[in-house]
Design a protein around this ligand. Structure first.
Ligand SMILES: Cc1ncc(COP(=O)(O)O)c(C=O)c1O
Length: 301
C-alpha cells in the first residue's frame, strides 16, 4: 500500500514527518481546531476525483466562523492544496484526505489567531465491516448539545466525547457506539450519521438532533429520493433502533455500513438489509464515478 510522504502546512509542501506545532499552541492546548475528512476515489481508469470537495470546504468555513478564527485560509487556497497534496503523494489506491485549521500559537481564552492549516492525504482502506455489518450499542455517554459544544461544526475538541463513547463500546465488546441527545432521542454514532428503515420508510434523525450535518447523509438522502425510497427526517426514539428492519451508519470514513445488532438485539434478520445494500451500490457508483450521475460531486485531481 502507498504511504503518505508529503504534507502541505501553511501552503508549503514538506516531508510528512517534519510537520510541527508547539505543544502549548491553542490548537493543541484547548483543541481549537476544525477539520474535514474527505475521500479521493480511484476510478477504474486510474484517475482520481475528490468527493464533494466544495461542500466539505463550505462546512469547514462554517466551523471557522463559529470559532471566530482570525484571517482564516480561503476556500480557493484550501481547494488547491487538497488537489496538490494528492498529486504530490501519488496514491495508487483510494486516499483519505484531511484538511485542518488550528490556532498555532499560545494565547488566552479569547485569542483568535494566528491561524495555520494543513492538507494531508493518507491511505485508508474500506472498513471490513462494509460487507458484514457492525454490532452497536446505545452509549451511556450522551451527544454534545448545540449550546455547549456545537456538534454541527467539525471541531477537533468534539471528538473527545466520541472517543469516550467508542472506548466504552469497545470495552463492552461492541464495534460501535450510538449516542442519544441529552433529551434521550437518537442522535448519531461516534463518527457517522444514522439511518433506519421501518415499514419501507428510510428515517434519519433531523438536524435538530445534535448531529454533524453530514455530507454523506445528504448524499444518501438525495440517492434515496432518486430511487423513490420514502424518506423522513424526524426525531427518532431509542426503541425504534430495536424494532427497525434495517439500521445503517454513513460517513466519509465509514461510507455506508450496516448495523446488524443493537444492544445484542438483531436488527431485522441480523444481516445487512436490502435497502442498505441498494444504497451502498448507488453510493459506490457516485463516489467512484462509474456512473455519469452527479458529476458535480466529483472534482478531478
Ligand atoms: C460525528 C460525526 N458525525 C457524522 C459524520 C459523517 O460526516 P460526513 O458524511 O460529512 O463525513 C462524521 C464524519 O467524520 C462525524 O465525525
Amino acid at each position: 500500500m502507498w504511504q503518505a510522504h508529503t504534507i502541505i502546512h501553511n501552503g508549503k509542501a514538506i516531508p510528512f514527518e517534519e510537520a510541527r506545532i508547539h505543544p502549548l499552541a491553542l490548537g493543541v492546548a484547548f483543541g481549537i481546531a476544525v477539520f474535514e475528512g474527505l475521500r479521493a476515489y480511484r476510478h477504474p481508469s486510474g484517475s482520481f476525483t475528490v468527493f464533494r470537495l466544495d461542500e466539505h470546504l463550505d462546512r469547514l468555513a462554517q466551523g471557522m466562523k463559529v470559532l471566530r478564527l482570525a484571517d482564516p485560509p480561503s476556500k480557493d487556497t484550501l481547494r488547491d492544496a487538497v488537489l496538490e497534496v494528492i498529486r504530490l503523494n501519488a496514491p495508487d489506491e483510494d486516499a483519505y484526505l484531511r484538511v485542518q485549521v488550528q490556532i498555532e500559537a499560545m494565547g488566552m481564552m479569547a485569542t483568535t489567531g494566528p491561524v495555520g492549516w494543513i492538507a494531508a492525504a493518507l491511505p485508508r482502506e474500506r472498513s471490513t465491516k462494509f460487507a458484514t455489518g457492525l454490532a452497536a450499542t446505545v452509549s451511556s455517554w450522551t451527544r454534545l448539545p448545540d449550546n455547549a459544544m456545537p456538534p454541527r461544526i467539525k471541531a477537533s475538541a468534539n471528538y473527545h466525547a466520541s472517543r469516550l463513547a467508542t472506548l466504552q463500546a469497545k470495552a463492552d465488546g461492541y464495534d460501535s457506539a450510538l449516542l442519544l441527545t441529552q433529551r434521550g432521542k437518537v442522535s448519531e454514532a461516534a463518527a457517522a450519521c444514522l439511518f433506519l428503515v421501518r415499514d419501507g420508510v428510510l428515517v434519519t434523525p433531523h438536524r435538530g438532533s445534535d448531529i454533524l450535518e453530514s455530507i454523506t447523509r445528504d448524499t444518501v438522502m438525495t440517492l434515496a429520493r432518486e430511487h423513490a425510497i420514502p424518506l423522513e427526517e424526524r426525531e427518532v426514539d431509542r426503541t425504534e433502533l430495536y424494532i427497525a428492519d434495517e439500521v445503517f451508519l454513513c460517513g466519509t470514513g465509514q461510507e455506508l455500513v450496516a448495523v446488524t445488532s443493537v444492544d445484542r438485539l438483531p436488527v431485522g434478520d441480523g444481516k445487512p438489509g436490502a435497502t442498505t445494500r441498494r444504497l451502498q451500490t448507488a453510493y459506490e457508483a457516485v463516489v467512484r464515478g462509474t456512473t455519469d450521475a452527479h458529476s458535480e460531486w466529483r472534482t478531478a485531481v
